[in-house]
Design a protein around this ligand. Structure first.
Ligand code: CDP
Length: 227
Protein backbone atom coordinates (compact mmCIF):
# COMPACT_ATOMS: atom_id res chain seq x y z
CA UNK A 1 0.00 0.00 0.00
CA UNK A 2 2.68 2.48 1.02
CA UNK A 3 4.82 1.32 -1.89
CA UNK A 4 1.86 1.84 -4.19
CA UNK A 5 1.28 5.36 -2.91
CA UNK A 6 4.89 6.24 -3.61
CA UNK A 7 4.73 5.07 -7.23
CA UNK A 8 5.00 7.81 -9.84
CA UNK A 9 2.01 8.65 -12.03
CA UNK A 10 1.82 10.18 -15.49
CA UNK A 11 -1.69 11.64 -15.82
CA UNK A 12 -2.93 12.24 -19.36
CA UNK A 13 -6.23 14.10 -19.60
CA UNK A 14 -8.06 15.46 -22.59
CA UNK A 15 -11.24 15.50 -24.65
CA UNK A 16 -12.87 12.64 -26.56
CA UNK A 17 -10.91 11.01 -29.36
CA UNK A 18 -7.81 13.13 -28.79
CA UNK A 19 -5.68 9.98 -28.98
CA UNK A 20 -4.78 10.09 -25.30
CA UNK A 21 -5.55 6.38 -24.82
CA UNK A 22 -3.22 5.29 -27.62
CA UNK A 23 -0.47 7.62 -26.42
CA UNK A 24 -0.92 6.52 -22.79
CA UNK A 25 -0.67 2.80 -23.67
CA UNK A 26 2.54 3.34 -25.67
CA UNK A 27 4.12 5.51 -22.98
CA UNK A 28 3.25 2.86 -20.37
CA UNK A 29 4.75 0.11 -22.55
CA UNK A 30 7.89 2.10 -23.17
CA UNK A 31 8.44 2.71 -19.44
CA UNK A 32 7.20 -0.71 -18.25
CA UNK A 33 4.47 1.06 -16.24
CA UNK A 34 0.91 -0.05 -15.49
CA UNK A 35 -1.89 1.54 -17.50
CA UNK A 36 -5.32 2.76 -16.38
CA UNK A 37 -8.01 3.48 -18.98
CA UNK A 38 -10.36 5.34 -16.63
CA UNK A 39 -12.90 5.95 -19.41
CA UNK A 40 -13.37 2.19 -19.70
CA UNK A 41 -14.46 2.11 -16.05
CA UNK A 42 -17.21 4.68 -16.78
CA UNK A 43 -18.16 2.84 -19.95
CA UNK A 44 -18.40 -0.57 -18.29
CA UNK A 45 -20.35 0.88 -15.35
CA UNK A 46 -22.95 2.32 -17.74
CA UNK A 47 -23.03 -0.99 -19.61
CA UNK A 48 -23.52 -2.95 -16.39
CA UNK A 49 -26.30 -0.55 -15.29
CA UNK A 50 -28.13 -1.05 -18.57
CA UNK A 51 -27.71 -4.81 -18.18
CA UNK A 52 -29.43 -4.88 -14.79
CA UNK A 53 -32.01 -2.20 -15.57
CA UNK A 54 -30.60 0.65 -13.43
CA UNK A 55 -31.57 4.00 -14.98
CA UNK A 56 -28.65 6.21 -16.08
CA UNK A 57 -30.08 9.04 -13.91
CA UNK A 58 -30.44 6.97 -10.73
CA UNK A 59 -27.40 8.32 -8.91
CA UNK A 60 -27.65 6.33 -5.63
CA UNK A 61 -28.32 3.05 -7.45
CA UNK A 62 -25.46 3.70 -9.88
CA UNK A 63 -23.06 4.50 -7.05
CA UNK A 64 -24.07 1.30 -5.22
CA UNK A 65 -23.62 -0.70 -8.42
CA UNK A 66 -20.21 0.89 -9.07
CA UNK A 67 -18.98 -0.18 -5.62
CA UNK A 68 -19.94 -3.81 -6.24
CA UNK A 69 -18.80 -4.24 -9.84
CA UNK A 70 -16.55 -7.25 -10.40
CA UNK A 71 -14.08 -5.73 -12.86
CA UNK A 72 -10.78 -6.96 -14.16
CA UNK A 73 -8.48 -5.46 -16.78
CA UNK A 74 -6.20 -7.82 -18.63
CA UNK A 75 -4.19 -7.20 -21.79
CA UNK A 76 -6.45 -4.41 -23.05
CA UNK A 77 -9.61 -6.40 -22.38
CA UNK A 78 -12.19 -5.53 -19.71
CA UNK A 79 -13.87 -8.39 -17.82
CA UNK A 80 -17.19 -7.87 -16.06
CA UNK A 81 -18.17 -10.70 -13.71
CA UNK A 82 -15.41 -12.76 -15.29
CA UNK A 83 -16.67 -12.29 -18.86
CA UNK A 84 -14.93 -10.15 -21.52
CA UNK A 85 -17.11 -7.19 -22.57
CA UNK A 86 -15.22 -6.69 -25.86
CA UNK A 87 -16.39 -3.92 -28.16
CA UNK A 88 -19.78 -3.64 -26.42
CA UNK A 89 -18.37 -0.70 -24.43
CA UNK A 90 -16.57 0.92 -27.38
CA UNK A 91 -19.54 2.13 -29.44
CA UNK A 92 -20.53 5.79 -29.60
CA UNK A 93 -23.71 4.91 -27.74
CA UNK A 94 -21.68 3.37 -24.90
CA UNK A 95 -19.52 6.51 -24.83
CA UNK A 96 -22.61 8.70 -24.56
CA UNK A 97 -24.00 6.59 -21.72
CA UNK A 98 -20.60 6.80 -19.94
CA UNK A 99 -20.52 10.55 -20.35
CA UNK A 100 -24.04 10.87 -18.87
CA UNK A 101 -23.28 8.90 -15.72
CA UNK A 102 -19.86 10.58 -15.44
CA UNK A 103 -21.63 13.83 -14.55
CA UNK A 104 -22.95 12.31 -11.29
CA UNK A 105 -20.77 13.16 -8.24
CA UNK A 106 -21.78 10.13 -6.12
CA UNK A 107 -20.91 7.80 -8.96
CA UNK A 108 -17.53 9.48 -9.46
CA UNK A 109 -16.81 9.17 -5.76
CA UNK A 110 -17.72 5.47 -5.82
CA UNK A 111 -15.14 4.90 -8.57
CA UNK A 112 -12.32 6.90 -6.98
CA UNK A 113 -10.58 4.23 -4.89
CA UNK A 114 -10.98 1.67 -7.65
CA UNK A 115 -8.96 3.95 -9.93
CA UNK A 116 -6.34 4.77 -7.28
CA UNK A 117 -5.75 1.04 -6.73
CA UNK A 118 -4.02 0.95 -10.14
CA UNK A 119 -1.15 2.97 -8.71
CA UNK A 120 1.43 0.26 -8.25
CA UNK A 121 5.21 0.00 -8.65
CA UNK A 122 7.06 0.75 -10.82
CA UNK A 123 4.54 3.44 -11.91
CA UNK A 124 1.28 4.19 -13.67
CA UNK A 125 0.16 5.98 -16.81
CA UNK A 126 -3.52 6.88 -16.57
CA UNK A 127 -5.78 8.61 -19.05
CA UNK A 128 -9.13 10.32 -18.64
CA UNK A 129 -10.65 13.67 -17.78
CA UNK A 130 -9.71 14.17 -14.12
CA UNK A 131 -6.56 12.09 -13.66
CA UNK A 132 -4.42 15.14 -12.82
CA UNK A 133 -7.12 17.19 -11.13
CA UNK A 134 -8.90 14.70 -8.84
CA UNK A 135 -7.72 11.09 -8.97
CA UNK A 136 -3.94 11.65 -8.89
CA UNK A 137 -3.48 15.33 -7.96
CA UNK A 138 0.14 14.56 -6.97
CA UNK A 139 0.99 12.99 -10.36
CA UNK A 140 4.64 13.53 -11.31
CA UNK A 141 3.76 14.57 -14.86
CA UNK A 142 0.39 15.94 -15.99
CA UNK A 143 -0.35 16.23 -19.69
CA UNK A 144 -3.40 17.84 -21.24
CA UNK A 145 -3.60 16.17 -24.63
CA UNK A 146 -5.90 17.63 -27.25
CA UNK A 147 -6.46 18.17 -30.99
CA UNK A 148 -8.97 20.15 -33.03
CA UNK A 149 -12.54 18.81 -33.00
CA UNK A 150 -12.35 18.11 -36.77
CA UNK A 151 -9.14 16.10 -36.41
CA UNK A 152 -10.57 14.17 -33.47
CA UNK A 153 -13.74 13.33 -35.42
CA UNK A 154 -11.57 12.02 -38.28
CA UNK A 155 -9.57 9.86 -35.87
CA UNK A 156 -12.66 8.45 -34.20
CA UNK A 157 -14.19 7.75 -37.64
CA UNK A 158 -11.12 5.79 -38.71
CA UNK A 159 -11.05 3.88 -35.42
CA UNK A 160 -14.71 2.82 -35.70
CA UNK A 161 -14.41 1.83 -39.36
CA UNK A 162 -11.31 -0.25 -38.61
CA UNK A 163 -13.29 -2.06 -35.91
CA UNK A 164 -16.04 -2.78 -38.44
CA UNK A 165 -18.47 -0.52 -36.53
CA UNK A 166 -20.71 1.91 -38.42
CA UNK A 167 -19.81 5.62 -38.46
CA UNK A 168 -20.92 8.93 -39.94
CA UNK A 169 -18.34 11.73 -39.87
CA UNK A 170 -20.77 14.67 -39.49
CA UNK A 171 -22.69 12.91 -36.72
CA UNK A 172 -19.41 12.04 -34.98
CA UNK A 173 -18.26 15.65 -35.04
CA UNK A 174 -21.58 16.80 -33.60
CA UNK A 175 -21.44 14.11 -30.93
CA UNK A 176 -17.86 14.98 -29.97
CA UNK A 177 -18.76 18.63 -29.55
CA UNK A 178 -21.74 17.74 -27.36
CA UNK A 179 -19.64 15.36 -25.25
CA UNK A 180 -16.88 18.00 -24.87
CA UNK A 181 -19.46 20.56 -23.78
CA UNK A 182 -20.93 18.16 -21.20
CA UNK A 183 -17.48 17.15 -19.87
CA UNK A 184 -16.35 20.78 -19.57
CA UNK A 185 -19.57 22.19 -18.11
CA UNK A 186 -20.33 19.59 -15.44
CA UNK A 187 -19.69 20.63 -11.85
CA UNK A 188 -18.16 17.30 -10.78
CA UNK A 189 -14.55 16.97 -11.97
CA UNK A 190 -14.98 18.92 -15.21
CA UNK A 191 -12.53 18.44 -18.06
CA UNK A 192 -9.93 21.16 -17.63
CA UNK A 193 -6.26 21.82 -18.14
CA UNK A 194 -4.90 22.29 -14.62
CA UNK A 195 -2.25 24.98 -14.12
CA UNK A 196 0.42 22.35 -13.51
CA UNK A 197 -0.36 20.36 -16.69
CA UNK A 198 1.60 20.72 -19.92
CA UNK A 199 -0.40 21.17 -23.11
CA UNK A 200 0.15 18.70 -25.94
CA UNK A 201 -1.77 19.70 -29.07
CA UNK A 202 -1.57 16.70 -31.39
CA UNK A 203 -3.56 18.17 -34.30
CA UNK A 204 -0.51 17.98 -36.55
CA UNK A 205 1.49 15.32 -34.69
CA UNK A 206 1.49 11.61 -35.37
CA UNK A 207 1.30 9.08 -32.54
CA UNK A 208 5.07 8.47 -32.36
CA UNK A 209 5.72 12.22 -32.09
CA UNK A 210 3.14 12.60 -29.33
CA UNK A 211 4.54 9.61 -27.42
CA UNK A 212 8.09 10.94 -27.78
CA UNK A 213 7.06 14.33 -26.43
CA UNK A 214 5.55 12.75 -23.30
CA UNK A 215 8.67 10.61 -22.82
CA UNK A 216 10.88 13.68 -23.20
CA UNK A 217 8.88 15.52 -20.55
CA UNK A 218 9.04 12.45 -18.33
CA UNK A 219 12.86 12.38 -18.59
CA UNK A 220 12.96 15.94 -17.32
CA UNK A 221 10.62 15.48 -14.34
CA UNK A 222 10.93 11.84 -13.26
CA UNK A 223 11.85 11.15 -9.61
CA UNK A 224 15.51 10.43 -8.94
CA UNK A 225 16.74 12.37 -11.98
CA UNK A 226 20.25 13.75 -11.32
CA UNK A 227 20.11 17.53 -10.64
O1 CDP B 1 -13.35 7.87 -26.19
P1 CDP B 1 -13.57 8.98 -25.24
O2 CDP B 1 -12.31 9.74 -24.91
O3 CDP B 1 -14.73 9.83 -25.54
O4 CDP B 1 -14.09 8.28 -23.98
P2 CDP B 1 -13.47 7.63 -22.72
O5 CDP B 1 -12.16 8.22 -22.32
O6 CDP B 1 -13.55 6.16 -22.86
O7 CDP B 1 -14.57 8.11 -21.62
C1 CDP B 1 -15.95 7.95 -21.82
C2 CDP B 1 -16.67 9.04 -21.06
O8 CDP B 1 -16.43 8.87 -19.65
C3 CDP B 1 -16.19 10.45 -21.39
O9 CDP B 1 -16.99 11.05 -22.37
C4 CDP B 1 -16.29 11.20 -20.07
O10 CDP B 1 -17.53 11.84 -19.95
C5 CDP B 1 -16.23 10.13 -19.01
N1 CDP B 1 -14.98 10.11 -18.28
C6 CDP B 1 -14.86 10.92 -17.17
O11 CDP B 1 -15.76 11.67 -16.86
N2 CDP B 1 -13.73 10.88 -16.41
C7 CDP B 1 -12.71 10.08 -16.73
N3 CDP B 1 -11.63 10.05 -15.96
C8 CDP B 1 -12.78 9.26 -17.88
C9 CDP B 1 -13.94 9.30 -18.65
Amino acid sequence: MTDGLASPVIAIDGPSASGKGTVAVLVAQSLGFHYLDSGAIYRVTAYAAQGVGVALEDEPALAALARQLQLRFDGGEVFLDGKPVGDAIRSEEAGRAASRIAALPALRLALLERQRAFRLPPGLVSDGRDMGSVVFPDATLKVFLTASAEERAQRRYKQLIEKGLGANLAALLQDLKERDARDVARSAAPLQQTVDAVLLDTTSLNIQQAVQQVLDWWCVCKPGKPA
